[in-house]
Design a protein around this ligand. Sequence first.
Ligand SMILES: C[S@@+](CC[C@H](N)C(=O)[O-])C[C@H]1O[C@@H](n2cnc3c(N)ncnc32)[C@H](O)[C@@H]1O
Length: 292
Amino acid sequence: MDSRPTVQFVRRLLTRNTDHDWQYYGAVDSYFGVLTREEYRAERLDDVARAALLATGERHNAAVFAAIHDHLDPSFSPKRVLDFGCGVGRLTLPLAKVCESVVGVDVSAGMLAEASRNAERCGLSNITFCQSDDSLSSVNGRFDLIHSFIVFQHIPRDRGERIVAGLLDRLEDGGIGVLQFTYAHSSLNPPSWPRRVLTMAYAKVPLIYAARNLAKGERVRRPPMQMNLYDLNRLIRLLQEHGCHEVHLRFTETSHYNSDVYGVILFFAKRQRDLSEGLHLEGADPASRSQT
Ligand SMILES: C[S@@+](CC[C@H](N)C(=O)[O-])C[C@H]1O[C@@H](n2cnc3c(N)ncnc32)[C@H](O)[C@@H]1O
């Protein structure tokens, strides 16, 4: 984190407490909070839509395991899994079908309650759901797989980085991480400057977003969903410093207020490598570092 007091002050001024927003979505519109499509709004949600949303999770997890097997570990089969920001359990439930136990954590009580109901509906008894905080104080033990998808983008960067460090601490040696982040606006379809200012105003001045909701016929109290961009340099450094030396990445793309936002899923194994092995970089030998 930047230690300059002025920078910290301005950051705090511009940082909304997103946890309150997610309490709202969990309590009022949990499925729409997970995937913002019209058919998942609370007033329209039926069993067909609920099943359709959960089915997207099965497909997602199949793709995640295919990528792990292809790029990191062909025989990977985790026993203990952590799903950070589990929402209604869309990705947690399929994970529970392929491992011994899963811990699903989320900051929103309403999301956790709905995720528990979904686990019960599916007859899955190997999932523990718990409320999250930034130090992951309710998350005990270590995991073979830590997973998080479309969650960090909704958490301000400084907080998110601290949570990532906590997750990496809880990953077993040899374990695998699958974490998704947004990192940049597209240069092809970026947000205009008025749009950037408006988005910032939405986050800071509740009345402005309430007025926007009124104009669009939305619930007045509905909070904005943030899209925070992470610094890939800083994330890669966290991985390197936690001994996660094997990394594969896959790009993602999403839309936010009609502009495109780029992201990555970082797939990594917590395996230390001899970093100079096979490479002949000047200064790579630790003994010569102090002279360079
Ligand atoms: C878009 S939903 C995605 C849910 C799930 N990962 C999925 O893909 O189905 C984002 C989730 O992140 C949770 N979340 C937001 N901020 C969080 C935080 N600081 N700690 C833990 N969970 C958080 C929200 O409550 C919400 O359930």
